[in-house]
Each structure stands twice: as structure tokens, then as C-alpha cells.
Design a protein around this ligand. Structure first.
Ligand code: ATP
Ligand code: MG
Length: 285
């Protein structure tokens, strides 16, 4: 076990794309995030980083073919292959934009090494990833369609991968950057067309810990799939599952902390990487 602090960072699909629009991509945003990562690395050379990105617009084929349900979903192996093509399309663009920022993470394709069972990771050999980390490199993973012992195949979210990795690699911090400022204690509606008056949006929760976790989950559940930009466009459970997985990590590793932050506002990801208070903090206590 290395003494150098380990950070997991996810560049969320909601940040890199408009998840409702096929092939949409926010190249400038991803490039800026890449620059913020490089600045963080320069300021904290000891930091080790596992980088990930979400599926983004790949949720559309995943929805269309019910890829998460596997063979029972009806889309068959063709649906699996088509979902992966879209994931890899997003991946290619992320790699291109990060390269423009001078960041060259090393892709470890999750589909090639993860075996799931009923939607959760059952087996994943992490020795290549660990070797890259000790070599001072940044491994890159992403939400992906993977094989599943029960379903044939499924969709595995980045948060599920982070949860599995946390048990082996003990991260100090997990930063999940998306298109919202944090976790809101009520349902988040999509912006309504032609609306002149901005919806009053109070600040997101400052913190989720064991004292309010159950209540927060109730609020998120009440939002359900009515939410037009979250769960309704996310095959792995949107914000609800994100908070659930994050809390699962911090309840098993009580010295680690998670943050849900906005990657749309410049500087937030940089500060979150350096440990500053941004967005919603998720801790055990
Ligand atoms: N209570 C809530 N607080 C914050 N965001 C919420 C809430 N309810 C729903 N959402 C939605 O959840 C979305 C974030 O979840 P989502 O899984 O889409 O993010 P992501 O990780 O960026 O995307 P991907 O899963 O494609 O990587 C936000 O875009 C927001 O619209
Ligand atoms: Mg998601």
C-alpha cells in the first residue's frame, strides 16, 4: 500500500454530453477539466489518480436495447455491441479532448476485464491498474456494457466500479463531477421550455452522512423517474444510485470521503481534487 494519496475522479456523462441528444459532446468542457486535473497534479505531485468518465449519450442505445437487463431485455448481443460502440465513441472524444489539455490517461477497457453477476461486479483483476498507478500513470475507465453471469450482459456504472475498486485501493477521496452543483434534497426538474422566470433553486445539500442518509434517499426516491435529466436518462439509477454507491464506499472506508460537484463551473473540479469544500460532501460521520 502506497502512502501517496489516491483520488478517484469521474467526469460524469451529464457533464460531457447532453444525455438526451445522440452524439452530443462538450469538447471544451472536457478539455478544461483536463487542464484542471493537470493543475492539481502540478500542485500535488504525490497525488495518484484513477480517472473515469460516464456513458453520457450512450445511455440512449442502452435504453433502447435494455442493455442493463441483458438477454432478457430483448436487444440481444447486437444491442450489447451497439451500446459499446456508442460508449467507445464517447471514450474516443474524451481521450481527444484530454490530449488537447496535455493529459494522456491510459485506457483500461472495463468490458474486457469485468465479470458481473446480477448487475454488480463479481470479478475484476486490478493488477494492471495498480501497476499503472505505481508507475505514476493515470488509468482511465468508463461506464460500460460488461458480461454478467446471470443476465448474459449488463451495464456497469462508473460508481459501481469505484465501489469495487475502493475495497482494494483505499482512495482518500472520490470526486463525482456532473452538471449539477451537488445533491438536492428534492426532485430536480428539467428546465422548462420558454420559461421566463428562473425556477428558485436553493443550495444543494452541504453534506450527506449517516445522520441524514436515509432521509436523503427517501427524497431522491420520491423524485423517481419523473426527473427529466436524471434517472429518466440514466440506465444505472441516476443521482439516487450515485449517492447510494458513494455512501456504500464511505460506510466501508470511514476515513474516505466523496463529493458530488459541478464540472460546469470552472475551478470546482480543481478545488475538489485538492480537498476544498465544494458541492455535496458524502462521509460516514
Ligand atoms: N436530487 C437531485 N440532485 C441532483 N441531481 C439530481 C437530483 N435528482 C435528479 N438529478 C439529476 O441527476 C443527474 C446526475 O446523474 P447522472 O447519473 O445523469 O450523472 P452523470 O454521472 O454525470 O452521468 P453518467 O451516469 O452518464 O455518467 C443530474 O443531471 C440531475 O439532473
Ligand atoms: Mg449515472
Amino acid at each position: 500500500v502506497s502512502a501517496r494519496p489516491l483520488i478517484f475522479l469521474k467526469i460524469g456523462g451529464s457533464l460531457i454530453c447532453d444525455k438526451r441528444t445522440p452524439h452530443s459532446f462538450r469538447a471544451a468542457t472536457v478539455r478544461r477539466i483536463g487542464e484542471e486535473i493537470r493543475t492539481a497534479q502540478a500542485r500535488q505531485p504525490e497525488m495518484r489518480l484513477v480517472l473515469a468518465h460516464g456513458g453520457g449519450a450512450a445511455h440512449l442505445p442502452a435504453q433502447r436495447y435494455s442493455t442493463r437487463e441483458g438477454l432478457a431485455g430483448g436487444g440481444g448481443w447486437r444491442g450489447f455491441a451497439l451500446t459499446r460502440r456508442c460508449v467507445l465513441d464517447v471514450n474516443r472524444r474524451v481521450l481527444d479532448s484530454l490530449a488537447r489539455a496535455g493529459l494522456y490517461p491510459i485506457l483500461l477497457s472495463p468490458s474486457a476485464s469485468i465479470l458481473a453477476r446480477d448487475g454488480r461486479i463479481a470479478r475484476w483483476d486490478t493488477s494492471v491498474m495498480e501497476r499503472l498507478l505505481s508507475a505514476g500513470q493515470v488509468p482511465l475507465i468508463h461506464g460500460d456494457a460488461v458480461l454478467d453471469a446471470r443476465r448474459g450482459f449488463t451495464i456497469c456504472s462508473t460508481e459501481e466500479m469505484f465501489s469495487f475498486l475502493a475495497d482494494r485501493l483505499e482512495p482518500l477521496r472520490i470526486v463525482l463531477a456532473c452538471d449539477v452543483e451537488g445533491v438536492y434534497p428534492y426532485r430536480v426538474f428539467p428546465v422548462e421550455r420558454g420559461r421566463t422566470r428562473a425556477r428558485v433553486r436553493p443550495a444543494p445539500l452541504e453534506r450527506i452522512d449517516r445522520s441524514n442518509f436515509a432521509t436523503v434517499m427517501e427524497h431522491l426516491r420520491a423524485g423517481g423517474r419523473a426527473d427529466g435529466t436524471g434517472a429518466a436518462h440514466d440506465v444505472t439509477g441516476g443521482m439516487l444510485a450515485k449517492v447510494e454507491r458513494l455512501f456504500e464506499i464511505v460506510s466501508r472506508h470511514r476515513s474516505s470521503e466523496g463529493r458530488v460537484v459541478s464540472g460546469l463551473r470552472p475551478g470546482v473540479v480543481l478545488r475538489a481534487l485538492l480537498g476544498c469544500a465544494e458541492g455535496t460532501l458524502v462521509r460516514w460521520d
